[in-house]
Design a protein around this ligand. Structure first.
Ligand SMILES: CSCCC(=O)C(=O)O
Ligand SMILES: [Fe+2]
Length: 186
């Protein structure tokens, strides 16, 4: 099964609800790939000895740590969740592998519409540097995530607006470059 993603409505209801647009409008892996969002489906039960995960880590030079998002295990739980749900970018990619529970990563598409990506056990996603995004738990209220990173982890969020941030500029440039290639091909 591929990952599920859809366009969101803009209602102010509980952020943990699915927020499907009406009518529902699903988003494919290809559409996500066009935004630079990458996806793997792995077996979360063997993450400690998983050859496939090892290959991704070796190819991309990733270390990792584990993060439990629950009131008991995460210090300053309410504050952290509020920060996670504040729209931001990073100077580097954001790589998350869901080992347990579930949650939503929301990313902005090229037209600034929110796409909600539902993360479940076995889903590994990479958000490119410079993409506006946020995260929330769903109504299950729990997830265990592996956070992957190169070198020392830097989790600094830069809250929107960040149009002058180098990572934002690079990210937007990648679209114009692709569009340029597509034009030349015609
Ligand atoms: C804890 S994973 C999701 C939250 C987020 O976007 C971040 O940590 O930068
Ligand atoms: Fe983030």
């Amino acid at each position: 099964m591929a990952i599920e993603a859809w366009f969101m409505n803009d209602s102010n209801e509980d952020q943990r609800l699915p927020h499907h647009s009406n009518p529902k409008e699903f988003v494919s892996m290809n559409q996500l790939a066009e935004l630079g969002v990458l996806y793997w489906k792995l077996n979360p039960e063997i993450y400690e000895n998983d050859e496939e995960l090892k290959k991704i880590r070796d190819d991309r030079g990733y270390n990792y740590d584990l993060l439990d998002i629950s009131p008991e295990k995460l210090a300053n739980y309410e504050g952290k969740l509020k920060d996670f749900y504040t729209e931001h970018i990073h100077a580097d990619e954001e790589i998350r592998y869901c080992l347990d529970g579930s949650g939503y990563f929301d990313v902005r598409d090229k037209n600034d519409r929110w796409i909600r990506i539902w993360i479940k056990p076995g889903d590994l996603i990479i958000l490119p540097a410079g993409i506006y995004h946020r995260f929330t738990l769903d109504t299950n209220n729990y997830t265990k995530l592996m956070r992957l990173f190169k070198g020392e982890p830097v989790w600094t969020p830069f809250n929107r607006p960040q149009e002058q941030h180098p990572a934002r500029k690079e990210y937007l440039k990648s679209f114009t470059e692709k569009a340029g290639v597509a034009l030349k091909a015609h």
